[in-house]
Write a protein that binds this ligand. Structure first.
Ligand code: NAP
Length: 249
């Protein structure tokens, strides 16, 4: 029996990048996985096929997590299909970078609503089942930008810092129900999200990283796999930086 056999996981934003790696990793450990996406159905179906090709079980579910009703539907789909819900990874994220002088209200709203409100929406929808089960593992994907700030990312840094507070508050609320709530803070990971960063900024970031390389989606997925494992059952309310030492405090 593998580590997560019998567990059901919802991974938001799992059609690409880090979320995809998390979905595949949890499935490789035996979890049944709901692969959530917003618009990229073909990519999400490819992740499902990859998991099925490994002998695992997965379904793709379209839902915009920034919309509360859609987040509720996502969680309900997981319950209808797999009968339970053990793991929620709030990974869906987006950026609208601009210096504050040029940041529009829409830039602010989209980023806060996706990264921060999305986690609220999904966690609120999932908690009832986890409380009833007396078991749950929630992991929120924050960022070093939420810990250290980043020029041009006031919206994103605020959303990711908000996720840290959210993680700790909910960890305190749900601890007595055997539900752990933790966060993972990636450093720089090449994905579609970071593809438009200026190359000189990327080079500088890697130079400042003690481990001297960018992260991979798998580096982040490995940390999530640990936090949802039985080995991590006494860890809650923590932020685990997976950044090659970049934002070391
Ligand atoms: P990515 O490659 O751009 O993938 C984003 C994923 O989120 C896609 O699956 C996308 O779905 C989904 N998504 C976006 N908005 C959504 C919404 N409203 N509802 C549902 N799904 C939505 O990003 P990534 O780099 O893998 O980032 C994953 C997470 O890690 C994010 O929370 C990000 O902030 C965080 N992070 C990334 C880095 C990095 O260097 N890459 C560093 C720190 C933190 P579609 O395919 O359908 O569009």
């Amino acid at each position: 029996m593998r580590e997560l056999t019998g567990r059901v996981a919802v991974v938001t934003g799992a059609s690409r990048g880090i979320g995809r790696a998390i979905a595949v990793k949890l499935a490789s450990l035996g979890a049944k996985v709901v692969v959530n996406y917003r618009s990229n159905q073909a990519a999400a179906e490819e992740v499902v096929q990859q998991i099925q090709g490994m002998g695992g079980e997965a379904i793709a579910v379209q839902a915009d997590v920034s919309n509360y009703a859609e987040a509720q539907r996502l969680i309900q789909n997981a319950l209808d299909h797999f009968g339970r819900l053990d793991i929620l990874v709030n990974n869906a994220g987006t950026t609208r970078d601009a210096l504050l002088v040029r940041m529009s209200e829409e830039d602010w709203d989209v980023v806060i609503n996706t990264n921060l409100k999305g986690a609220f929406n999904c966690t609120k929808a999932a908690q009832r089942t986890m409380i009833k089960q007396r078991y749950g593992r929630i992991v929120n994907i924050t960022s070093i930008a939420g810990l250290a700030g980043n020029p041009g990312q006031a919206n994103y840094a605020a959303a990711k810092a908000g996720l840290v507070g959210f993680t700790k508050a909910v960890a305190k609320e749900l601890g007595s129900r055997n539900i752990t709530v933790n966060a993972v803070a990636p450093g720089y990971v090449p994905t579609d999200l970071t593809a438009t960063l200026p190359p000189e900024l990327v080079a500088k970031g890697i130079e400042m990283t003690p481990l001297g390389r960018p992260g991979t989606p798998e580096d982040i997925a490995n940390a999530v796999a640990f936090l949802v494992s039985d080995e991590a059952s006494y860890i809650t309310g923590q932020v685990l930086s997976v950044d090659g030492g970049l934002a070391m405090q």
